[in-house]
Design a protein around this ligand. Sequence first.
Ligand code: ATP
Length: 580
Amino acid sequence: MMPEAIQSLLATLQQARYFEDAAEVVLRGMLKVVEEVLAASPYAKTGRLLRGMIYLRPDEAYRGLAVVDLSGGKTDNAGPLHASATAWRSLQEHRCAVSIDIATRTIQPHRSDAAHKVMPAPPESSEGFNSQESQQRFLGREATHVCVLPLRSWAGHLDGMVSLEASCPASMGRPFIWKDCEARLQLLSDVSAPYLTGLAPRTVKPTEVDEFLPVVGSAMGQMLPMLRMFAHGDETLLISGPTGAGKSRLARWCHQNSPRKQNPFEVLDLTTVPEELQNAEIFGWKKGAFTNAVRDTLGSVARAEGGTLFIDEIDKLSKKVQASLLYLLEERTYRPLGDDSKDRRANVRFIIGTNVDLRKAVEQGRFREDLYYRINVLPIKVPPLDERQDEIPLWAEYMVNRCFRERMPGGQARLAPEAQRRLSTSRWPGNLRQLDNIVRRSIMVAMTEQTRIGARDVSGLMLEERHIAEALGLDPEGAELSTVLKSMRTAALAFFHEARQRGAMDLDLADAFRGFVLGVASQQVGREEAMRLFGLDAAVKNRNHHRILRRELDRVLALYEALGSEPDSLVDQLKPESEP
Ligand SMILES: Nc1ncnc2c1ncn2[C@@H]1O[C@H](COP(=O)(O)OP(=O)(O)OP(=O)(O)O)[C@@H](O)[C@H]1O
């Protein structure tokens, strides 16, 4: 390829602001190369280029997808433009271009040592293209020949792939032109990879929000076009992300945005199903299948018939049931427990949720590799809330209103600017779930305050920073732990380490904390004020406080003694006045 052509491409890429802009330039360049080669080939009259696609897939999750379609809109009826899972797997394995003959379902890596070796996808393999379903998908969009190239970063990392599709029934089962363009295509892919991977996808504002995706910030906005496309299809979707980030709601959103939306949406949360019941829960059972099986019972697959089944926390699946699920995903058939008749067909779209790194689970031998590849067709990663900073005030506003209206239908709640700032600057390790909890708690705090001061108009509520602060202080997970809680945790940890070192320690010794509080407070503000601060002034008035002090002193002394420390000035603060 002419260096000027590369230079001109680079100059255009430097101007690109978004991934989609850069991808379009690259794809048009690649399609032009293929068109030239096709025109000079024996298939000049019978072959036709259909489209090019770039899938950005760093870290095992889709981040961007761009399409240049030359087929005259024929793809509209052909369903979503999913990539071949087999091709991706092959790229991971060989790190080189791959060509696929759809009719014969063969896939050929263009590596020098594999150059002339045509490999049929092994029948027992879990690779996506292996299935008839994938073949139909490609044929449905007229593709007979596909070339897939790796998108490699400088460090050699596989960041995505370029997929080019052509229609040439005349060359079915015979080598197509891909090998003749491969070197030029790979060069284009390699020089443009840093631009494609470095640019963020364009953020899309949703035309309408709904209860399943009421807030779309820039991170989710970048994923939205892809999500829409994936939602529309039937391929298994894998949604990963930390707990509470909104994976279940997103799964529901995908269902609502799919042609299956009139049919059931079933959720199977595997954390709630003991291992020995997983099979029964998924596939159902016939009466008499086991001791307590008193009637035929549908499993979640049957309940989701025609619709979507969201299986959450997939890593909790036992190895035995992993094998059954793999069979179901590949064959689309299953049998309830105790059913000896024929297999049942499952017309279900599967969405899988996980908050662990399944790749690692595979490496550790906890998760079947073939199942991993089978469910990893359309992987989506939901980022933690702390990485979606721009969404926090929007979510907070949405949750405040939703929660207040549950209690006060038709009411209107607002967040004061300071309250919003406080929420935005807090950390959210528990993600949306934690934010929702804090919002609910803050509303309770604010409504209790309204009642206390006898507010007349309770149909409106302004959440102030103090309400948020109180709710945060009550949060055991601590979006922002109060200093007291932090220090108590530190002290508890020290106590625990001491016990570990000694082998054992009486937990009652921890009761000394009360005495420490009274002791340091007395040191700071004097005993009388300290007693008042902690609500003991009545005891002082009744001259009853000596008993209280004595009890606390004994507890503190017990701890000093257990630790082999000499009493010090803190202990003196607790001694009744008469004692030396
Ligand atoms: N669309 C939404 N509307 C209102 N609240 C939401 C929404 N999405 C998430 N939340 C809040 O976040 C919580 C967690 O959401 P979700 O159950 O979807 O997360 P998850 O990632 O599936 O969590 P886990 O991994 O624990 O199953 C919900 O219970 C709710 O409080």
